[in-house]
Design a protein around this ligand. Structure first.
Ligand code: TXA
Ligand code: MG
Length: 325
């Protein structure tokens, strides 16, 4: 009986994917799950479809998109002068939460790259995304499936809340396992740079590269990676980070018009409080859903406990600083 149910489920998913492929080929937008966050996908070779992404998201045209591909052999369809290191990194971390910035190939449109001469590529690690990419055959351009500047979605329901009927289809692949957007590594600059920290850490990259790539504080941010805007990933409710001690004082006041997100202290039964497990992997998984949950409640303010200052919390801290600007 269980086997039968599983077969039914696989059949349903397969027919949904076939439908999604048809929609993409017809220039429609399809949201799909990845291990990081949900993406808003369009045929990377279709200018009309790409324009729809910018329109639906309210995203400025100078913000480049990530191209999702199905196999390493597709890199050269979109990038040129690809260094050996890119292949080594791809072999090690793909499918997975690492995006590589490479020199743009001639046939890769500047609409995809925000007019820049570089292109962002990754193979996502999610069975539904991989099946979709296999079925589609070409690259799928996909930013996170949220309106510009807002919190990235980690469930199909979040995507529905963002776009409702404005997109043709949302493939539901459950909650994203990683919960934060991919690490972005720039291989097109003289010195390698991490443009956005993510689950693939600088330490892991250094093991393979042989040295630590530069991080945001170490290079002039002349390179345009606009997801690194100071304010991004933001709830609508005013939000701020507080030290453990400050937050404990706030909790004591038992104000029911505020929201709390903490991980190392107890919220003492305060309404509208969420305690996330004190573990960076679980915290990353739950953060965006928690922010969305509190943001719906029409509160005066959301107070978030400051994360630890060690490298395991780096990507989380990066997003929290932007969310609370
Ligand atoms: O995990 C992810 O990367 C998710 C999933 C859906 O794959 N996608 C995602 O896309 O976060 P988006 O569009 O929300 O963020 C893409 C980031 C932006 O900060 C953009 O500026 C940067 O990638 N980016 C894209 N192409 C670039 C390029 N050629 N040079 C520098 N930055 C680039
Ligand atoms: Mg985004």
């Amino acid at each position: 009986m269980k086997v039968y149910k599983n077969i039914m489920k696989i059949r349903q998913i397969n027919s949904q994917i076939e439908y999604a492929v048809e929609l993409l080929k017809a220039g429609e937008l399809v949201a799909f799950p990845t291990e990081t966050v949900y993406g808003l996908g369009a045929d990377a070779g279709n200018q009309i479809a790409l324009n729809k992404i910018f329109k639906v998201k309210g995203r400025p045209k100078n913000h480049p998109l990530i191209l999702h591909i199905a196999s390493i052999s597709q890199i050269e369809n979109y990038a040129v002068n690809v260094p050996d290191l890119a292949y080594k990194l791809a072999e090690k971390f793909w499918p997975g939460p690492l995006t590589l910035i490479l020199e743009r190939g001639e046939n890769t449109s500047k609409l995809l790259t925000g007019q820049q001469d570089t292109v962002a590529l990754r193979i996502p690690n999610h069975p539904v995304a991989l099946a979709l990419l296999e079925g589609f055959g070409g690259a799928i351009a996909a930013p996170s499936a949220n309106r510009f500047g807002r919190i990235s979605p980690t469930t199909a329901k979040h995507v529905e809340d963002e776009f409702g009927k404005n997109i043709a289809l949302i493939l539901d692949g459950g909650a994203s396992q990683v919960g934060l957007e991919s690490t972005i590594l720039n291989l097109s600059s003289k010195q390698l740079q991490i443009l956005r920290p993510g689950q693939v850490s600088s330490k892991q990259l250094a093991k393979l590269i042989g040295y630590q790539p530069l991080t945001a504080s170490q290079y002039e941010t002349t390179i345009k990676s606009p997801g690194m805007l100071k304010s991004h990933y933001s709830p609508l409710t005013p939000s701020s980070l507080k030290s453990r001690i400050e937050l404990q004082k706030i909790i004591k006041k038992q104000d029911t018009n505020i929201g709390i997100i903490c991980h190392s202290i107890e919220p003492d039964g305060l309404d509208n409080s969420i305690k996330i497990e004190n573990n960076p992997a679980t915290y990353a998984q739950k953060l965006y859903a928690s922010l969305r949950q509190l943001d719906r409640l029409d509160l005066n303010h959301i107070y978030i406990e400051e994360p630890e200052s060690n490298s395991d919390w780096l990507a989380i801290k990066d997003r929290l600083l932007r969310a609370t600007q």
